[in-house]
Design a protein around this ligand. Sequence first.
Ligand code: PLP
Length: 370
Amino acid sequence: MRLKPFRLERYFAKHEFTAPFLLCSSDCESMPLKDLLALEPGAADRFGALWLGYTESAGHPELRRAIAALYERISADQVLVHTGAEEAIFNFMNVALNPGDHVIVHAPYYQSLGEVARSIGAHVAEWRGDAQRGWELDIDLLQAALTPRTKLVVVNFPHNPTGFLPEHELVRQLVSLSERHGFIIFSDEVYRGLELDPSDRLPALSDLSHRAVSLGVMSKTYGLAGLRIGWLATRNRHLFSELAAFKDYTTICNSAPSEFLATLALRKAGVIVERNLRIIHRNLDHLDAFFACHQDLFDWRRPRAGSVAFPALLQGTVERFCADLVKTSGVLLLPGTLYGKGLNAFRVGFGRNNVPEALERLKEHLRTSR
Ligand SMILES: Cc1ncc(COP(=O)(O)O)c(C=O)c1O
């Protein structure tokens, strides 16, 4: 297996800890350890007394129960905890796919969702959203792309980088196609819970179908990326036991402190997500105002969910634009070309507290450079 460099992660490795204004982060604002512990009386003492031996390979039972509570039909024993979403993607692809399998990925995509499949020897085709229609997906295009060898369809709702969230009907059509055709659905739901209008929240795919696997993580909606706690949820027993066995070769089990803290955070999910949504609403108002003043330069569409969006740049090339911006103003945007050739757009992230300040810097940059 040979993996190509992960373009987006290499870009972050270069800039994330040097650029002072990150305006493209996909996670919500994090918090110090002491603030998380303060959410529950006695938590700090219990954390201090935590045993640091190996933990249960599938995840701490209490954590698995807290994760299962996020779903309608998933029980704790149908949840497999991983080290971040990234390990879960890697392990899932390795378990589900063989060389020569056909995989269709919702595009543009977070690179590992297609790259790991490709490195295994699968043929990866795209189900591409239509940029002219707010990155809308067309179920007929998916149907036309299916082959007798299609083993897996990968989707990501709410979507990174575009912020696209489909209507409920598309998800129902996807599940019914999967049942008729027999493919597995890998549903990356790491931004689920960040719908601006809660009634837009889609059901988890693992709740809708035995053929689906849902991916979740503490990093985005909960803003706790440093815990590196992610999970897979599925009612497919065979796949589940193969996934559990594969994990013995990657991390065996999870970090005990992280499991404790993730369990606590999920018990307090209401408070944490409410805070994060408040930050997002405020930041989106700032972004609306900013883009309204720069309509000649950017094509902005306010997303319905998530913490990222993908405005198009209408003049010049996005790589040059982002490189100049970070060099002269210390504001980091993510050029769309990291997601694929020809995408003259950039990812903007709006889950962090300092977005208004970063936008002021961007405004100043435009004033002086135009
Ligand atoms: C769509 C998507 N899936 C998976 C991941 C990986 O999440 P983590 O870094 O928490 O493992 C990310 C991170 O940016 C993402 O945007």
